[in-house]
Write a protein that binds this ligand. Structure first.
Ligand code: ZN
Length: 406
């Protein structure tokens, strides 16, 4: 077997100056991110407490906080003030909620959701834009950009920092492209470019399962969890996994494509030719078709099945419970592979019905049932998905903010 030359035999070349600069800028970004995250989680919080929480020096925390205050991201919390010292370590600081917002766009199969979120991930405004039949991608994106623009204009006095766009299917964050969304029939759509040109704002793009993992880490119940799996069960079914604050992407952001994993007991024919693929079995389309066949609903809206169940229709309850058990089976499969601390499930039954969440957990098994949680954003999950893409970028690199660039 050929042996590769041992690096220890050659004298180590000194790293070029650029490598030092890059390491230094990484370190600054990491420190800035840790400090702003601790303001988000603990604010109002004293700078001395941030230093303890992050392990950074009080001088360094004071310095970063000064820069965040200049940018308008944080401000001193209102307490009685005697002197005028900006750097006093015991005056608590908090996020400045009055200045900035981000835009969120989520593209689903039947409609687009546009939203405005504040820096705490709270939805300030939200609107749903229905797709008319199979509209071309260019029209859907133009409507999304214009709809978001109108929504931002309705939130006066706040400056939009950026736009996050999330959708199902295969989304490549680095190129800002929807590589493939089979249900929409989209291929290689340069969404970042299109939305950016129309809104004049920086645009960040990601898959919605990953976007929501970031939302849960930053603003939801997975905060502080060392590893999180998110299972998104809508028309598209996909998953995302994060350990220690890092979401796994893999080459070309292809991680989390679970649509064609086989699900034991599945009976639904899939477009790929097999039976019981995870997405075919669990998709909202399948739920609605089964509900139509049994006379529960007439259309394609899964919330109508939930409403029928709430109204006491036993067939609707059975369909939702069956689906919840299958979602539990899928969650169990992923738990076996990834063993995360927390599993977050976004699925209409588990969100709206305790019995469905119970059935899902039962299928996962008693030891791990407690680690399975429904989404933290039951009323606004799609708005949060879009906005979280932008907010994740902000909290990873707060000093990269360019207010007023729009
Ligand atoms: Zn399949």
């Amino acid at each position: 077997m050929p042996r590769s030359p041992s690096p220890s035999l050659a004298p180590a070349p000194s790293p070029p100056v650029d490598a030092y600069r890059a390491a230094d800028s990484d370190r600054r970004r990491t420190s800035a991110s840790a400090i702003l995250r601790s303001v988000l989680e603990h604010g109002p919080v004293a700078r001395s407490a941030i230093a303890r929480l992050t392990g950074l020096s009080p001088a360094s925390v004071t310095d970063y906080c000064g820069r965040f205050a200049e940018l308008g991201l944080i401000r001193e919390a209102s307490v009685p003030r005697r002197s005028n010292g900006v750097g006093r370590p015991h005056v608590p600081v908090d996020l400045d909620g009055s200045r900035f917002v981000v835009g969120g766009v989520h593209i689903a199969v039947p409609y687009t959701t546009v939203a405005v979120l504040d820096l705490r991930g709270r939805v300030v405004a939200e609107k749903r834009l229905k797709h008319h039949g199979t509209e071309p991608a260019a029209r859907v994106l133009a409507n999304a950009a214009d709809g978001l623009g109108a929504l931002l204009a309705d939130v006066p006095g706040r400056t939009p920092l950026s736009v996050g766009l999330a959708t199902g299917g295969w989304v490549d964050r680095d190129s800002g492209t929807i590589v493939e969304h089979a249900l929409l029939g989209w291929r290689d759509v340069a969404v970042r470019e299109v939305i950016g040109a129309r809104t004049g704002l920086p645009v960040h793009v990601d898959g919605h399962a990953r976007a929501l993992v970031n939302g849960e880490r930053l603003f939801g119940r997975a905060r502080g969890s060392r590893s999180v799996l998110h299972l998104f069960v809508g028309n598209v079914v996909d998953a995302a996994f994060a350990t220690h604050d890092e979401v796994h992407y893999g080459p070309r952001s292809q991680a989390g494509a679970i649509a064609h994993l086989p699900l034991a007991g599945g009976t639904e024919r899939c477009g790929c030719g097999r039976t019981g693929c995870l997405q075919a079995e669990l998709s909202e389309r399948t739920l609605c078709r089964r509900a139509r066949e049994e006379g529960v609903i007439g259309g394609v809206n899964p919330m109508h099945v939930v409403a029928a169940a709430a109204g006491g229709d036993p067939v609707a309850v059975r369909l939702l419970m069956e689906r919840a058990r299958m979602v539990g089976r899928a969650a169990g499969l992923l738990l076996d592979v990834l063993n995360p601390d927390t599993v977050v499930v976004t699925e209409v039954g588990a969100i709206h019905r305790e019995d469905c969440l119970g059935a899902l957990r039962e299928e996962v098994g008693p030891q791990r049932a407690a680690s399975v949680l429904p989404t933290s954003f039951p009323d606004s999950v799609l708005a949060v998905a879009g906005g979280s893409v932008a907010l994740d970028v902000l909290y990873r690199d707060p000093l990269g903010v360019r207010p007023g660039s729009n």
